[in-house]
Write a protein that binds this ligand. Structure first.
Ligand code: HPA
Length: 262
């Protein structure tokens, strides 16, 4: 049993389809700033079951900030300053792997970064020394296992491995870009996985992705991608995502902070 003073709130960054977290018993709302600017929205504090949670809507509430203009640094720093040491990033993604069709849930284990021009590090400006963090395993393995166990217990169709290809957006990809990404080893494609994961690692936050497939990636079905299709998959799959979050909170809440965090 972890003593209360050692308990940290779990951060949830909600993406497309998860602007607010129903089921969260809200206890407070904080408009905060950081040296890197303002986060996308106020931090919503509450309880999910017995676990303190800090929720942040990645694209703002209402959903208005496109993936390439999200202030990822402010979002992660605001959560860190609020005491968060474990973050679940919920991401809507396109499915490339044949097993990963609409409404499927994926807990990826790797990332390939195709984004460009985003502020992607805290280590810049007037530095005392140059820092290169290790990023061999971009997602926290303990947190991944907790999400995987929760998905299994809840009977949600899921994959416990996968390579997330992070694209720049906001446009969707061409069919040829997806073929190239598949050749590279990508199973999923999304626009918000990076630099979020790397910034979390720089802060010493345990970070894990919970991906909901909302469409077949470009060229992987016999039709073009429509908003109707995406909305239908969100409608179908988001209840499973929320159940996984609820069931995994207690376990995530007692993970010890990584050594480099203060
Ligand atoms: N591509 C990139 N990002 C996405 C997609 C996609 O097909 N679906 C949801 N986010």
């Amino acid at each position: 049993m972890t003593s209360p003073e050692k308990m940290h709130p779990v951060g949830i960054i909600g993406g497309t389809g998860l602007t607010t977290l129903s089921g969260l018993e809200i206890t407070g709302e904080k408009q905060v700033g950081t040296p890197w600017g303002n986060p996308s929205a106020p931090l919503i504090e509450g309880l999910l079951g017995d676990q303190p949670v800090t929720f942040l809507s990645r694209h703002g509430n209402p959903h208005r900030i496109p993936p390439h203009q999200v202030n990822y640094r402010a979002n992660l720093k605001a959560l860190y300053d609020a005491g968060v040491r474990t973050v679940v990033g919920v991401n809507a993604v396109g499915g490339i792997h044949p097993d990963m069709g609409p409404a499927h849930v994926v807990v990826p284990d790797q990332i390939i970064d195709y984004t460009w021009g985003r502020a992607s590090t805290f280590f810049e400006g007037d530095l005392d020394s140059v820092t290169h963090i290790d990023f061999t395993w971009p997602y926290d393995e303990s947190a991944r296992q907790i999400l995987i166990d929760a998905a299994g217990a809840e009977g949600v169709p899921f994959s416990g491995f996968g390579v997330y290809g992070a694209t720049q957006g906001p446009r969707l990809e061409t069919a040829a870009e997806i073929i190239r990404m598949e050749r590279d080893g990508c199973d999923l494609v999304g626009m918000t996985g990076m630099p979020e994961a790397a910034l979390a690692a720089e802060l010493g936050i345990r970070y894990v992705c919970l991906g909901l497939v909302v469409n077949w990636a470009a060229g992987k079905s016999d039709h073009i991608i429509t908003m109707e299709e995406i909305e239908a998959a969100i409608e179908q799959g988001m209840s499973g995502v929320k159940r996984i979050l609820e069931v995994s909170m207690a376990g995530l809440g007692v993970l010890t902070p990584l050594p480099q965090s203060s």
